[in-house]
Design a protein. Structure first.
Length: 560
């Protein structure tokens, strides 16, 4: 086997086999570090097998798995601790050696320059440029004097960030607040489903970021690259360090288009579209109108995703158009859901199932989209059977509406703020971080079990605002979030099934049943979605006017 040295005491290699362990021991290696998760490949020996072989040869063995894209700070720190304590020399391995080299480079950021680390790893046949920015962040953040210090810092100026800033200002106008976000534009994303259905124009869903930031709130137009909660600091991409008294984290989530092979190249052409992007929602409507016959596929990835009903909304509005234009018998529509149920709250499933039957949709559960071949108009799925076996299914299409997998942003997943799943770790009631008392988080990035919807952020914003003010000593009683989420399911043009629920799927209608029965399609719910909610969003939610967002008071500690 080939070893590439990083230091006199550490080398990296590709996958180690059981037979290799004896050879390494003969060469004087005393420690093996496995950085490859089990089950990445069928022919990969398990870490247990390598560990047993290492023990038989008197070697120390450490299992520290990671992926190239999601190397967490905690994993880097653990790697550094192993190098300090384990018998030397050591060999770290993964599939190719790349992850091991990146871990080493990140662990040495405080003592070696990026140029030196790049040179050493290049000689070991590894390119560490994907983590170069993180290396700089780890090098510069600890012990660095801050360029600025603020009372409240909010990371993310989406729905959650703007609403929370406005809520804070309305409650305490003298508060000093900084919003950090690199974006030029702010979007009303719930409107994109309506754009894809030909109801809204795309331009009605966007405004400049500067126009929606609350008055007297400072905007730093930069990206965050690292957090140092022990020092109450974070670092920006330009190297600036910002310290805070209270931190609010709400950058939204990342649409992981690249997780589906071939999808980024196919989007916007060959009939491949998605209402999850501002520039593609109009293309959805164009495809719907153009399709006179053929096969239309709609997909839903594994949970969690932003607005779990959105994949179906695209399908319903498309099918409604085809039905009303006498095309239903000519367009074969299929819904490929990676999950096993149509909707997570059972009370709404009968109404949705009735529409699937009305539109003659083939429901394909437990099908996960993994690849798209745009030019040949083929989609590849992995179908998981009830016995756990997996089958590859290839489907042709004339139109393909894709909802991508969704994860927390990279700078969040690689931070000390997250749980094992990669989401910001908060108490589900107070939304305060479980480890850092001066950090709160809300919106799509948190690990709470509520639906990731704009309606949830609307309810969470005043809770976080009140609890931050309590932490600052400016209010007495904290507020509680009950898990409220809402999903207006546009089952046809002019009717909506208005799903509203709390933690655990408990129904939570905002209106009396005689006025609006949420489990049945309603014209009033459509009126709310199409006419009331957009101006309400721009002129109420983003202004801190909290209609139907009353909060419960907590007088005692509730955190687990």
């Amino acid at each position: 086997m080939q070893l590439n040295k990083l230091t006199t005491d550490l080398a990296i290699s590709a996958q180690v086999t059981v037979d290799d362990v004896k050879e390494l021991a003969a060469q004087g290696v005393r420690t093996l570090i496995c950085n490859r998760p089990d089950n990445e490949a069928a022919d990969q020996p398990s870490q247990d097998a390598i560990g047993r072989a290492a023990a038989a040869q008197g070697l120390t063995f450490h299992y520290l798995p990671t992926s190239t894209r999601d190397i967490a700070d905690a994993t880097v720190d653990a790697f550094a601790a192993i190098l300090q304590q384990a018998p030397m020399p050591a060999v770290a391995y993964c599939r190719s050696g790349t992850r091991a080299a990146m871990l080493w480079a990140l662990s040495q950021a405080g003592s070696l320059s990026l140029d030196t680390l790049s040179k050493v790893t290049k000689e070991a046949q590894v390119d560490i440029s994907p983590v170069a920015r993180r290396i700089e962040a780890r090098k510069r953040l600890p012990g660095r004097h801050p360029h600025s210090h603020h009372q409240v810092v909010i990371v993310g100026a989406g729905s959650a960030g703007i609403a929370t800033a406005a809520s804070l200002k309305n409650r305490h106008p003298g508060l000093e607040i900084v919003l950090i976000d690199p974006a030029d534009a702010h979007y009303y994303q719930p409107g994109w489903t309506m754009v894809g259905g030909g109801i809204f124009k795309a331009r009605s869903t966007v405004r400049t970021m500067a126009s929606v930031i609350p008055k007297d709130v400072q905007w730093i137009k930069e990206s965050v690259v690292a957090f140092d909660p022990e020092s109450n600091a974070l670092m920006l991409e330009n190297g600036r360090v910002v310290q805070y008294q209270q931190l609010i984290v709400c950058p939204g989530l990342k649409l992981d288009w690249a997780a589906i092979d071939g999808l980024p190249e196919a989007l916007g052409s060959h009939g491949v579209t998605s209402n999850y992007r501002y520039d593609l929602a109009p293309y959805t409507w164009k495809l719907v109108q153009q399709l006179k016959s053929g096969k239309a596929l709609f997909t839903q990835p594994p949970m969690p995703i932003k607005c779990a009903g959105a994949p179906q909304k695209a399908l319903y509005l498309s099918c409604d158009y085809w039905l009303k234009h006498d095309l239903q018998g000519l367009v074969n529509t299929r819904f490929f859901n990676a999950g096993a149920v149509l909707f997570g709250v059972a009370e709404y499933v009968p109404a949705l199932t009735a529409y699937m039957e009305k539109y003659a949709v083939d429901l394909m559960f437990s099908h996960k989209l993994v690849a798209v071949d745009g030019p040949n108009q083929q989609a590849t799925f992995l179908r998981t059977h009830t016995d756990g076996t997996v089958e590859t299914v290839v489907e042709s299409f004339d139109m393909l509406h894709v909802v991508p997998p969704q994860v927390a942003p990279d700078f969040i997943r690689n931070s000390p703020l997250v749980d094992a799943g990669g989401w910001v770790n908060v108490d589900p009631v107070t939304l305060r971080h479980r480890l850092f008392a001066n950090i709160h988080a809300l919106g799509d990035v948190v690990n709470t079990t509520n639906a990731k919807t704009m309606a949830a952020a609307r309810k969470q914003a005043p809770v976080v605002a009140i609890n931050v003010l309590v932490a600052l000593g400016l209010k007495t009683n904290r507020a509680a979030y009950n898990g409220y989420g809402s999903c207006p399911l546009t089952v046809e043009r002019g009717k909506i099934v208005l799903a509203e629920f709390l933690y655990g799927g408990t129904l939570a209608p905002s209106f009396p049943r005689w006025l609006l029965e949420g489990r049945e399609p309603s014209r009033l719910a459509w009126f709310l979605k199409a006419r009331i909610l957009p101006p309400f969003y721009w002129h109420c939610m983003l202004k801190g006017r909290e209609w139907l967002a009353d909060t419960q008071t907590i007088e005692q500690e509730t955190e687990a």
